[in-house]
Design a protein around this ligand. Structure first.
Ligand code: ATP
Ligand code: MG
Length: 424
């Protein structure tokens, strides 16, 4: 074989694709119920959007972006996430001039140059939501509950919600200062990376996986104890709205996002059956993001969920979400003339939404019947010269083995009676 798909990418083949369609259909249905509208933004953007909108000192911008120059010399980047594009679009299209809040969702591929492993790919897929232009804590709870609801609808129940507040631009700097001096005091026990982080992005030290860093972090000052009264109030309101929805959470003061425009609520949903890459979705408030990329003070909150990780989670629990549906009728033909008539009938039946198939490889009756079996056909009918001449054929129920003589010209009517079609 000459060509392989690029490292870290996957073909999604049938029957696997059925699961994807199922999740996508459920997302459209559920998110629409919560009154979120779908938005589709470009797969690539100008690089600067992500530099500003994700932040220069993040893993994504520092080392994970697919960035290239287009033929006119502009720097382009394949989107590594969805939020920056959604906010760019909101600002560019002046959606803020319409009634607020704006509630969007998206589904699509994202690109990050990472080391491929279980649950981590270079092209992967996210579905996500953004609620823009309100800082109502009820919206934080709604966003979290929407993600959880999606998991529950799929039959997933063993997950943990980690919740935190990272404060705002008035209270966080004071906390960061305290954290910095604490980290400097304990510098000796930090890993090389974290020693660098003390100056550049001290909050990032809090989620370092290194053992020695972990034990330092245990004693670090907690952000939840340094919130200003407004942020403290917002955080308890988020919790009380989650309580109303009976959603359990663990407050985790180490759950932080390193950048200034992330504010207040931060959360992650973890499925511990997934091993190292166990976060199925995560998100939080970004009240400073629109300011950063468009000089407008507009709050927002969202989450992004990794579809591949959701599927791994379903696999780990042995949950089958979508079964391969069979076909309604397989028309077995004998001879050229019958093939023509079958081809005509096929079209009539398909026009009436019957899932129907015939043979395209000039196979024997026996092989055609095997195909019908493989396609899980509910009914089969055999059409040859005799059947054409007598306008009569035998239709067979493949499960029960029952057979019935019918008029060939009545096939559509007969199928209508036999097949219990779901109304669309
Ligand atoms: P991680 O800590 O696993 O690297 P992250 O903090 O980079 O995650 P986000 O940017 O918050 O993740 O993206 C949201 C979700 O998208 C993640 O929780 C995960 O489910 C999924 N995701 C992120 N990166 C990848 C990837 N490379 N491959 C597959 N899924 C991913
Ligand atoms: Mg990552």
């Amino acid at each position: 074989m000459k060509f392989n798909a690029p490292r870290g990418t996957n073909d999604i083949l049938p029957p696997e694709i059925k699961k994807w369609q199922y999740i996508e259909d459920l997302t459209h249905k559920l998110f629409t119920n919560y009154n979120y509208q779908e938005i589709r933004t470009p797969i690539f953007e100008y690089t600067e959007l992500f530099q500003r909108g994700i932040g220069e000192v993040t893993d994504i911008v520092e080392k994970e972006m697919y960035t290239f120059e287009d033929k006119s010399g502009r720097s382009i980047t394949l989107r590594p996430e969805g939020t920056a594009s959604v906010i760019r679009s909101f600002l560019e299209n002046k959606i803020y001039g319409q009634a607020q809040p704006t509630k969007y969702y998206y589904i699509g591929p994202m690109f990050r140059y990472e080391r491929p492993q279980s649950g981590r790919f270079r092209q992967f897929h996210q579905l996500g939501v953004e609620a823009i232009a309100s800082d109502d804590p009820a919206l934080d709870a709604e966003i979290i509950s929407l993600g959880i609801r999606l998991m529950e609808e799929l039959g997933l129940e063993d997950f943990e919600l980690h919740l935190n507040s990272v404060g705002c631009k008035s209270c966080r700097p004071k906390y960061v200062k305290k954290l910095k001096s604490f980290l400097i005091e304990n510098k000796e026990d930090l890993c090389d990376k974290c020693r660098e982080r003390i100056e550049r992005n001290p909050l990032r030290v809090l989620d370092c996986k290194n053992q020695s860093c972990q034990s330092v972090i245990k004693g670090a000052p907690k952000i939840t104890e340094h919130l200003c009264p407004e942020c403290d109030e917002h955080f308890s309101e988020v919790q009380s709205f989650l309580d109303i929805l009976n959603i359990e959470y663990n407050i985790n003061p180490l759950l932080v996002r390193g950048l200034d425009y992330y504010t207040n609520t931060a959360f992650e949903i973890k499925d511990n059956a997934l091993g190292a890459q166990n976060t199925v979705f995560g998100g939080g408030r970004y009240n400073g993001l629109a300011e950063e990329i468009g000089n407008r003070d507009i709050p927002g909150i969202g989450f992004a969920l990794g579809i591949e990780r959701l599927l791994l989670s379903l696999d780990a629990k042995g949950i089958e979400v979508a079964e391969e549906a069979g076909i309604d009728l397989y028309i077995t033909v004998i001879g050229k003339k019958a093939k023509r008539e079958a081809f005509r009938l096929l079209d009539i039946l398909r026009n009436e939404d019957f899932k129907t198939e015939i043979d395209y490889l000039d196979r024997s009756v026996g092989s055609q019947m095997k195909s019908a079996d493989r396609m899980n056909a509910e009914y089969t009918i055999i059409i040859g010269e005799d059947e054409l001449e007598n306008n009569s054929a035998t239709i067979r129920n493949m499960k029960s083995g029952n057979e019935e003589e019918i008029k060939l010209s009545n096939l559509l009517e007969v199928m209508k009676q036999l097949v219990d079609k779901e109304e669309i």
